[in-house]
Design a protein around this ligand. Structure first.
Ligand SMILES: NC(=O)c1ccc[n+]([C@@H]2O[C@H](COP(=O)([O-])OP(=O)(O)OC[C@H]3O[C@@H](n4cnc5c(N)ncnc54)[C@H](O)[C@@H]3O)[C@@H](O)[C@H]2O)c1
Length: 544
């Protein structure tokens, strides 16, 4: 990527702003904000217009009073890096910088930018001088140094810390700063507060910064907007004034009548709630890994076991883990907590056993799919090396296009290590950046490619959008994600399209027993995560 340009995912090239552009940009912003203030609109700057910030900005911009008049003017602020700058001109055109399956996202952004004229985007930090409220939605990453050992990793707060420094240099003393980023517990009081207080002192501001924390529970997918606007929120402030301001702001922009706020005494409690919430989810998923292996070895179908348990109301949120637990949050949030205990809160003992173990199990569960594929092919008299393997689904969960930390990535890397040729189909994903840009994504030297051998050629992976093309000639087919399009595929048609019997691997309980039986009858070999009864079906057919 050229340093002077930023290229959008669709390939459009945007020149980065020059130093002389900044002054003019700020002059324009000042004029615009003056006009908006006359309309009695509160000025809200959302810092970081990524998966969370872009949609949050639109939700705030969409806010109206009882008479239907907009009450907020929102400016999305994004640093003009080659990687991210394109989001600004796109937003200013009314185009969402995030691809969403939720039909509400695109029209909402277009409506706020073009019709209501309550949403714009900029690259200059000077915009912070104009804000009544700053919402921080920049990332706070957790970088893992090894596969399956979260403890060797570390929190990367660089983007967050530098954002907070810049905010403190620019904002008015009474602006509310709302951190929505998922942070290591203690960050608001022990990292953000000192950064901002010191800068305030240098600027001669005697009051405390009005810092608050309220974490996002957003689920990019079909209910993207509702998962922010129509959902319960937890919040807290660093002092009474900050608490009062954050409660007022969230009550204005979210549907808190139906989904009331939970206000905590201190930000560390709100920060901890997010980490415990996601560690809990990661743990109950990880716990099923051992029962999944047990099921495979004892003729048990774990899918049916889970269905049987689920009818009990106290256990109805038990879910089958699939080939890994992805998304941006579950693989990292527990790590932020364990890291904070030592590096922010200052303890040296090791009280955390379950949280890191759960993440380690989830991060490596996909490796087993490599073994199942190898064994299924072997049973058909074929070595995995050089076999053509089709992965159905690259996303981290069903019916979304988000590939971050998906179980499928581990499956592909393991299979490539064993020499397989990989092809991929996913109806929601256009580019699988984890492979196409593995030298630089998610950061230089941070790709999971470094944990495996034989990864170089995976850069050439391109997602096939046509299922029939993807299937033709495949020797193994892995159902990796339960996308709608994969749930009702007919075995006869599949095998006909492939052109020969193949190894079929079910990672998510997608195949019915009748389908499993039919695949065997058609000469295929079938294996599945947690599906020990497959062997029984095979034996019955042999006997019959
Ligand atoms: N994506 C999710 O599903 C989800 C769900 C719940 C919570 N969260 C949390 O929300 C936070 C944001 O996540 P995301 O998915 O939106 O990340 P993201 O990477 O999509 O977006 C972050 C944005 O911030 C920008 N940025 C970085 N430094 C900046 C700076 N100094 N000034 C201005 N902009 C800057 C980046 O360029 C990027 O566009 C994270 O803490 C995440 O854990 C995410």
């Amino acid at each position: 990527m050229s340093e002077k340009f930023s290229i959008s995912p669709s390939g459009e090239k945007f020149p980065l702003p020059n130093p002389e552009d900044y002054k003019k940009e700020f002059e324009n912003l000042k004029k615009r904000v003056e006009q908006e203030r006359k309309k009695k609109r509160e000025i809200v700057v959302v810092m970081g217009v990524g998966f969370v910030g872009a949609v949050m900005a639109a939700i705030v911009a969409d806010t109206v009073d009882k008479k239907g008049q907009p009450t907020k003017f929102v400016i999305g602020m994004q640093r003009p890096s080659a990687r991210s700058y394109w989001k600004i001109p796109l937003l200013n055109r009314g185009v969402s910088p995030v691809k969403a399956e939720d039909p509400e996202v695109d029209p909402m952004i277009e409506r706020c930018v073009k019709k209501k004229k309550t949403l714009i985007a900029t690259y200059t930090y000077d915009v912070l001088k104009l804000a009544d409220v700053v919402v921080v939605d920049v990332q706070c990453d957790y970088i893992k140094e090894s596969l399956g050992n979260v403890r060797t990793g570390r929190t990367d707060m660089a983007a967050l810390e530098s954002s907070l420094g810049v905010i403190a240099e620019h904002i008015q003393a009474n602006a509310l700063v709302l951190i929505e980023t998922t942070v290591a517990p203690g960050t608001t009081e022990q990292v953000a507060y000192p950064i901002m207080k010191k800068t305030f002192k240098k600027r001669g501001i005697k009051t405390d910064p009005l810092l608050a924390h309220s974490y996002e529970r957003v689920m990019p997918g079909r209910n993207y907007v509702a998962s922010i606007r129509d959902f319960w929120r937890v919040c807290s402030g660093i002092n009474e004034e900050a608490k009062k301001r954050v409660v007022k702001f969230l009550n204005e922009v979210l549907n808190t009548e139906k989904f009331p706020l939970t206000v905590m005494d201190r930000p560390i409690e709100s920060e901890t709630a997010k980490i415990v919430e996601n560690s809990y989810r990661a743990t109950i998923l990880a716990f099923l890994n051992e029962w999944s292996l047990y099921a495979e070895r004892n003729g048990v179908d774990l899918i049916k076991v889970i269905k049987a348990i689920k009818v009990r109301p106290t256990h109805n949120n038990i879910i089958f883990p699939g080939p890994g637990i992805g998304g941006y949050c579950l693989p990292k949030d527990g790590g932020l907590g364990v890291w904070a205990y030592k590096h922010i809160l200052g303890f040296e003992d090791n009280i955390f056993r379950i949280t890191p173990l759960a993440i380690n199990i989830n991060d490596t569960r996909g490796l087993h799919v490599g073994q199942l594929t190898r064994d299924a092919l072997r049973n058909m008299g074929q070595p995995i090396a050089a076999a053509d393997v089709l992965i159905l689904g690259a996303a981290y969960r069903e019916d979304v296009g988000d590939t971050r930390y998906s179980g499928s990535e581990i499956i592909v890397r393991k299979l490539a290590e064993m020499g397989a040729e990989i092809r991929v189909h996913d109806p929601y994903v256009e580019h699988w950046w984890e492979f196409e840009q593995q030298d630089t994504y998610p950061g230089i030297g941070q790709s999971k490619a470094r944990f495996f051998r034989n990864q170089e050629k995976l850069k050439e992976i391109r997602i096939e959008q046509n299922l029939n093309n993807a299937l033709r000639g495949a020797e193994a087919v892995i159902f990796a994600v339960p996308h709608e399009a994969y749930l009702k595929l007919d075995p006869d048609k599949i095998v006909r399209t492939i052109g020969q019997p193949a190894a079929i691997i079910d990672c998510f309980g997608i195949l019915t027993d009748a389908n499993i039986r039919r695949y065997f009858e058609l000469g295929c070999e079938v294996k599945g995560l947690g599906r020990g009864h497959i062997q029984r079906i095979k034996d019955e057919l042999r006997k019959g």
